[in-house]
Design a protein around this ligand. Structure first.
Ligand code: A3P
Length: 296
């Protein structure tokens, strides 16, 4: 049997206090030693916060528009997933990154404290995308059902409790978003909100371009906004995950580009769950200045 071939649901393992899937736990020693380069750009998110969206925006900005590469290479090859160990058809992030010419785009879901220190030593630019917890929870629930690399999802009620207690891959949403928020001024970190991109894509694309030191003309900005709209990305095989093996990601359960909205949680949370969520949210977010919008 090929040891890199995994088509079974994985369990979560503790990596320095953070639950990660067992295949990541196995290679974490190598991940920590990853050597970043000064012109690497890191896109960091809690899962389901709009990672693929930001990858498409940043790659288009860095390439100065919608190039042939953007049109023909799947997102997960253009922005390797740093801590991803190889899994069936998905290659290891470290292997892809080591073979990749600069300037590289790197994707991670790691909480701040687990990011390889070389990113900070080299002064890399980082874009962190955050999305409100209620919509993340719903999106995560559907994604976990489709992605075989993650543990069993259980029922909606089970998943709701696992998410609130941080017993999901990548751990607590609360710790993740506040951890990155607290350090945003200590490093070159641009903290972006999913809700803001949806509301004002042009303004947010311009803000990201400015942070990355790119000046683009208005026409190119509009081309990027159009290319990265939900409807375009939903139909684009390079971004909608349809190039992935169905043995790993079963998109017949739920599409990767599922809804792309703010407020879909209202279709899933019960009144009691919303109350319980709000209570926990108030407790966990009492000390932070970080604010989210759960509707537009
Ligand atoms: P939903 O499941 O709520 O639809 P990630 O890339 O971090 O895994 O996040 C996936 C989520 O981002 C999905 O949310 C997906 O639909 C949404 N998304 C991806 N591209 C988007 C876009 N261009 N506009 C709005 N939402 C987008």
């Amino acid at each position: 049997p090929n040891p890199t071939r995994r088509t079974e649901r994985q369990r979560l393992c503790d990596v320095k206090g953070v639950p990660l899937i067992s295949s990541m736990h196995e290679i974490f020693g190598r991940v920590e030693k990853f050597q970043a380069k000064a012109d690497d750009v890191l896109i960091a998110t809690y899962p389901k916060a709009g990672t693929t969206w930001m990858i498409e925006i940043v790659d288009s900005i860095r390439q100065g528009g919608i190039t042939k590469e953007i049109k023909t290479i799947p997102s997960h090859e253009r922005a390797p997933y740093l801590e991803m160990n190889s899994q069936d058809m998905i290659p290891s992030g470290l292997d892809l990154l080591e073979a990749m010419p600069s300037p590289r785009l790197v994707k991670t879901h790691l909480p701040f404290q687990l990011v390889p220190p070389s990113f900070w030593d080299k002064g890399c630019k980082v874009i962190y995308v955050a999305r409100n917890a209620k919509d993340v929870l719903v999106s995560y629930y559907f994604f976990q059902k489709t992605f075989i690399g993650l543990p069993n999802t259980g029922t909606w009620d089970d998943f709701f409790e696992s998410f609130l207690s941080g017993n999901v891959e990548c751990g607590s949403w609360f710790d993740h978003v506040t951890g990155w928020w607290d350090v945003r001024e200590k490093h070159q970190i641009l903290y972006v909100f999913y809700e803001d991109i949806l509301q004002d894509p042009t303004g947010e694309v311009e803000r990201v371009a400015c942070f990355l030191g790119h000046t683009l003309d208005k026409g190119t900005i509009q081309e990027i906004v159009k290319h990265t709209s939900f409807n375009m990305m939903k139909d684009n095989p390079m971004t909608n995950a349809s190039t992935m093996s169905t043995s790993v990601l079963d998109l017949s359960i739920s599409p990767f580009m599922r809804k792309g909205q703010v407020g879909d949680w209202k279709n899933h949370f019960t009144v009691a769950q919303n109350e319980r969520f709000e209570e926990e949210y108030r407790r966990r977010m009492a000390k932070t200045s970080l604010r989210f919008r759960t509707e537009l």
